[in-house]
Design a protein around this ligand. Structure first.
Ligand code: GDP
Ligand code: MG
Length: 174
């Protein structure tokens, strides 16, 4: 049975916990302790094969710490999360992407499963990140982007499924 472990990374307050809890508990938590780091488990079937999933919802806002290096070293797939209502949170995604490729080594680019997630799509009046920006970065980085809302349960399942499908392809059974 294959096992896929994922780290959910991004700036504080972008909605990492809300996204993860929506996927694992089908619930929206409007306030979740930002300092809690939680690991979630699930079993899914991909192409008839049972796979176990482990998703780590990271906490805190500090970057380039030993802890985040450990996350990156041990995880085999990544959700890089920013808020569509906060343009600045995209910078954190850019840094994390660079950090992942640095830590995983020169072969990593185009091989490490990564999905970039824009959250809070329901906050249309507060939106700061344009579709054109997303299209440009998606092409530049060669990574899939999803616009999601944990609150409205929009695109959450599709986001996780894309990442698990990438991992299924990237890490074949030995
Ligand atoms: P984290 O620090 O990245 O884990 O962020 P949280 O998941 O704790 O969310 C931070 C804040 O954003 C909370 O007040 C959430 O209620 C809010 N939030 C998260 N996801 C959504 C969403 O999809 N829509 C809206 N409107 N608010 C959200
Ligand atoms: Mg959190």
């Amino acid at each position: 049975m294959r096992h896929f472990n994922v780290a959910v990374l991004g700036a504080g307050g972008v909605g990492k916990s809300a996204l993860t809890i929506r996927y694992f508990r089908d619930d929206f938590v409007s306030s979740y302790d930002p300092t809690i780091e939680e690991i979630y488990h699930k079993t899914i079937v991909i192409d008839g094969e049972v796979c176990t999933l482990e998703v780590m919802d990271s906490a805190g806002t500090e970057q380039f710490t030993t802890i985040s290096e450990q996350y990156i070293t041990s995880a085999r797939g990544f959700l890089l999360v920013f808020s569509l209502a906060q343009e600045a949170s995209l910078q954190e995604v850019r840094k994390l992407r660079d950090q992942i490729y640095r830590i995983k080594g020169p072969q990593a680019q185009s091989r490490v499963p990564i999905v970039v997630v824009g959250t809070k799509s329901d906050l249309t009046d507060e939106r700061e990140v344009r579709r054109s920006t997303i299209a440009r970065l998606s092409a530049e980085w060669n990574l899939p982007f999803y616009e999601t809302s944990a609150k409205r349960n929009h695109n959450v399942e599709a986001t996780f499924n894309d990442l698990f499908r990438q991992m299924y392809t990237r890490y074949p059974a030995v």
